[in-house]
Design a protein around this ligand. Structure first.
Ligand SMILES: [Zn+2]
Length: 481
């Protein structure tokens, strides 16, 4: 299968050169009375409330018994538009949602194109905070059926109405951020917070979902500070690799969990600041302690304070131009189950397993076969030679973030998960071989017919290196076939 490819590197056009470069003397002489400034970055930010105003199910825990109503605090979608000195545009959207499905991203790109807002697919990063206190929106017929069964017409309508409103809100917030573009400077720095703990504990019965103080963690808090050259507004984009699940499944009030509290803390402490959270490779990381709400608030403030420490420091001013790349990498699944095996599963005592088997049987009947590969999106954003941001889809475990940062040492590297799509956990080869929830068990809650093949990690890492080389302008080594 061919991997779809969308790559754009900032390049110097004749017109952008004329308008942006002070080396072209006659242009400068024409405006000699105003001092000749270096080419500038532009930035704009906007925020919109996406809290449901009706009863709606929350997503993340299968133990919930009823829809949520009311809120601990508002949920938001926030957009940061950036434009480099050559006019290349990037929009980063953060959301207090459990995940981003492709249909949400695709419809946003279509609507932006209709409005001629010039956001290329590789220039849109849509991230979910993975809050388990956020609302259910329409994540695809099969996924809705597997998790919720046949819904009544009124419930279906409520979810679809919320989804339509969410799409409108995303379009509005991105449009507003682009409209707000104004000269700004970008400063990168890194802080530290230590409430994330590995949650894969080896027991006599295999790997359990329980705190493991000896397991790998990533306690970095990468921070991008956006400061306008004029005006009072500011934006801060910050990341952390930890499941956004400190509130727990007992609350029936919408909430953004610790990441929602961190954003609220920063915005309260710094009037005029828009705070945006980008979740990292946190598939196997949990906040400790877990629940109740007070723990989420405490973790949020700890993360907010880690960001404040970076804001108060020097940081590294970003220069250069944007390099943007987005590709799907084709990941293999193990050979799919037989029709007989799926038919057996339709008689399972577990309703979710039963419904999943029905969905897979339908796919088998319709297509004559079950899928054996999946196109998995990887995005790389280069800020000149100063910072590389790698954004992976779904729920990568922490081993990816740690490995990528190690292998790309030399520049500042930021690795995000939960970006551009949500489908399943993304284990490393080690976690896959070990099994447990993130390695195998959770795949049986998805539309995938089986666990990943062992090649998963090398396929993803190879693709990331390829895209990083594209973005940094490094020539590829010839393949030895
Ligand atoms: Zn998760």
């Amino acid at each position: 299968m061919n991997d779809g490819q969308l790559v754009k590197r900032g390049f110097l056009t004749i017109t952008s050169f004329l308008f942006n470069s002070c080396l072209w003397l006659p242009v400068c002489l024409g405006v000699i009375l105003s001092p000749c400034k270096a080419a500038e970055w532009q930035a704009g930010v906007a925020s919109v409330v996406i809290t449901p105003d009706t009863e709606l199910w929350q997503v993340g825990y299968s133990t919930r018994k009823k829809p949520a109503a009311g809120k601990l605090h508002d949920l938001h979608a926030k957009a940061l538009a950036l434009q480099d000195p050559q006019g290349t545009r990037l929009v980063i959207v953060t959301t207090d949602l459990v995940g981003i499905v492709r249909s949400l991203r695709d419809s946003l790109l279509v609507e932006l194109a209709k409005r001629r807002l010039e956001v290329p697919p590789e220039g849109l990063l849509l991230n979910a905070s993975h809050t388990h206190g956020g609302p259910l929106y329409w994540v695809g017929d099969e996924m809705i059926y597997i998790h919720y069964g046949e819904l009544s017409a009124p419930v279906k309508k409520t979810i679809q109405d919320y989804t339509a409103k969410l799409q409108e809100n995303l379009l509005a917030v991105v449009s507003q951020a682009i409209e707000n573009l104004a000269p700004a400077e970008l400063v990168y720095g890194k802080g530290h917070a230590d409430f994330a703990m590995n949650r894969r504990l080896l027991t006599r019965k295999g790997f359990r979902n329980a705190p493991n103080p000896d397991g790998p963690v990533d306690h970095d808090v990468p921070v991008l500070h956006v400061k306008p050259l004029k005006g009072e507004w500011r934006a801060v984009l910050f990341g952390y690799a930890c499941h956004n699940t400190a509130v727990g499944g007992q609350s029936y009030l919408f909430n953004g969990d610790y990441a929602g509290f961190a954003q609220a803390y920063l915005e309260e402490q710094h009037p005029g600041l828009t705070a945006m959270f980008l979740n990292g490779c946190s598939g196997d990381q949990n906040p400790q302690p877990h629940g109740p709400v007070a723990a989420a608030k405490r973790h949020g403030e700890a993360l907010g304070k880690a960001v404040e420490t970076v804001l108060a420091g020097e940081g590294r001013q970003l220069s250069g131009t944007l390099g943007l790349a987005l590709e799907d990498v084709s990941l293999a699944l193990v050979p799919p189950p037989s029709r007989q095996s799926l038919e057996r599963q339709t008689r399972s005592g577990n309703p979710r397993s039963r419904r999943r088997a029905e969905v897979l049987l339908e796919e088998l009947t319709q297509n004559g076969r079950l899928r054996t590969t999946y196109p998995y999106p990887v995005q790389v954003i280069g800020f000149g030679n100063d910072l590389t941001l790698v954004a992976m889809g779904s729920e990568p475990v922490v081993g990816y973030g740690l490995r990528i940062k190690k292998e790309l040492a030399g520049q500042a590297v930021w690795v995000a998960g939960y970006s551009n799509e949500a489908s399943c956990y993304v284990p490393t080869a080690k976690v896959l071989a070990e099994g447990g929830y993130e390695g195998r068990a959770n795949m049986y809650n998805t539309i995938f017919p089986g666990p990943w093949a062992p090649s998963i990690e090398e396929r993803i890492i190879e693709k990331i290196h390829h895209l990083v080389n594209e973005v940094r302008g490094v020539p590829e080594k010839p393949h030895k076939d």
